[in-house]
Write a protein that binds this ligand. Structure first.
Ligand SMILES: [Zn+2]
Length: 502
């Protein structure tokens, strides 16, 4: 096998569209930068025709992409979608339009209500039109949506694919849009496409995980001739998700295939995506789950100990270092360290901290470490209090006192002006929010957590609050720390108000 797999990432499109709260522009940028750090060379950034916001994000990411990275955007096989797509990628060094139409019998009959010949014409015209709008190095990818369901009409679909390739498609993507059957059925169909078109176009697969076999199907499709593998970070995507990038990469690596990715960034990426998508990593999740390196039975512990440090462990499918998991090892934070080290030192020192915050506070932590060398526990403590848990801005809390059951007096400064108001609610948080609302400051608390710090020593125990606060379309994560649980909550609200102004 001489071919290398090309990882096509669709986290920002297929993954994002399935999130309960899709990412905003800034969040998409964080993920985009992480994809670049992983070494991904083909990135699907969105669906420009779906709305102005997505269009703007696609076009901004297209401009930010390095010269060797292909920026792909989705377009239905319609004139308008393709024109929007071409506009959105016009500033990319390597633009690609990804257009698609379904060819499965069910889709033809009930959804499109067209025969395969008509749909083939639509596909051919879409590919030609897309090609005509792109510069010479621009590429067109065509997806046979629901390819996995084209078992009964495969001969006609193969004819269609051949015509689409003749029309100029550079990549033929074969999605298992809904996973219903055996992986081998799909893989044989991929082989048939490969036999038919040879090297005239690149073959790609895009698998969904409805039956939990997307990784298997994707990995085996590579050996059947598909060189582009469409995956997402953490396997996020519609229903049970898309193929998980990390699993495919490690399976290929273990099969002696060169994987052109920085796999040692997988673990930090998985943490980042889990937090940003608000989708926890299941403890039994392959590679990333907290249990995936745990050995509990005596036989397994013995076997694991006797093969520790060898290239292959008796009871472990991968080396933790390979994917950047350094569980149990000392990690210090210096000016040379990255966000995963910052995440790790705070986590291990008992400070609640997320990977998203690690991204945000990395520059300040590096600056401090450049001045002081490796950060000590007291450096970390000071940093946490002054940088993470204290946000200055127009809002400054003066006092918050309970008057009676469900009634609180709040006073604060806004832009130096003193404000005083009474708020009612079932508890202090609600009372504070209603008090602010009565002055026209409308916010909603969409997520709330409180944890104790130093709780082993009663007298020095402190409460750390984390809140997601939303105002209009903007959402921020605010923290605060205080001996009093109530004051910690109210400070978090005021930190959030200041963050919302930034
Ligand atoms: Zn999909």
């Amino acid at each position: 096998m001489t071919n290398q797999p090309i990882f096509y990432d669709t986290t920002l499109r297929d993954g994002n569209q399935a999130l309960k709260r899709p990412w905003n522009h800034n969040e998409k940028e964080i993920i985009f930068r992480q994809l670049l750090a992983l070494g991904i060379k083909v990135i699907e950034v969105g669906f420009p025709a779906s709305g102005e916001m997505d269009f703007n994000t696609c076009s901004s990411l297209a401009q930010q992409a390095p010269q060797d990275v292909t920026v792909s955007v989705l377009a239905r096989a319609t004139k308008h979608d393709i024109e929007q797509a071409a506009l959105a990628v016009q500033h990319a060094s390597k633009p690609r339009i990804h257009t698609f139409i379904a060819m499965n019998p069910l889709g033809l009959e009930h959804v499109l209500q067209k025969d395969i010949e008509t749909v083939t014409d639509i596909a051919v015209n879409a590919v030609r039109y897309a090609k005509s709008l792109l510069p010479a190095n621009g590429e067109v990818e065509f997806s046979v949506e629901h390819f996995g369901d084209c078992r009964e009409n495969l001969p006609a679909v193969l004819d269609a694919i051949e015509k689409v390739v003749e029309a100029g498609a550079d990549v033929i993507n074969l999605p298992n849009t809904v996973e219903r059957f055996r992986p081998m059925d799909f893989i044989r169909m991929v082989e048939k496409v490969h036999e038919r078109i040879g090297d005239k176009a690149q073959i790609s697969v895009h698998c969904h995980n409805d039956l939990g076999m997307a990784t298997a199907t994707t990995v085996e499709s590579f050996f059947a001739g598909a060189t582009q593998l469409e995956t997402t970070l953490n396997g996020i995507g519609e229903r049970c998700g898309n193929t998980n990038m990390y699993e495919v990469a490690v399976a290929l690596y273990n099969s002696d295939i060169h994987v052109p990715l920085r796999m040692n960034k997988f673990y930090e990426t998985a943490q980042l995506v889990s937090q940003m998508a608000n989708i926890p990593i299941w403890e039994k999740a392959p590679l990333m789950g907290s249990d995936s390196l745990a050995h509990r039975s005596g036989i397994h512990q013995n076997g694991a100990n006797k093969t520790k440090g060898l290239k292959k462990g008796q009871y472990i499918a991968f080396s933790p270092d390979l994917i950047g998991r350094y569980d149990g090892e000392h990690i210090g934070f210096t000016g040379q360290s990255g966000k995963s080290a910052l995440f790790d030192v705070f986590q291990k020192s008992g400070y609640p901290f997320t990977m998203e915050e690690a991204v945000k506070f990395l520059p300040a932590a590096k600056k401090l470490a450049d001045e002081k060398g490796e950060l000590t526990l007291s450096d970390l403590d000071r940093f946490y209090r002054t940088e993470v848990c204290h946000v200055t801005g127009p809002f400054e809390l003066d006092s918050f006192e309970r008057i009676s059951q469900g009634k609180y007096a709040l006073s604060f400064y806004k832009d130096g002006r003193f404000c005083e108001v009474i708020g009612r609610g079932s508890g202090p948080i609600e009372s504070c929010v209603t008090a602010l609302a009565s002055l026209g400051v409308a916010i909603a608390i969409v997520k709330y957590e409180q944890q104790m710090l130093n709780d082993k020593e009663q007298e020095s125990a402190e409460a750390v609050t984390m809140m997601n606060i939303r105002q209009n379309d903007k959402e921020v994560v605010a923290r605060a720390i205080n001996r009093s649980t109530t004051r910690s909550n109210i400070h978090a609200i005021f930190n959030g108000l200041n963050l919302l102004q930034k």
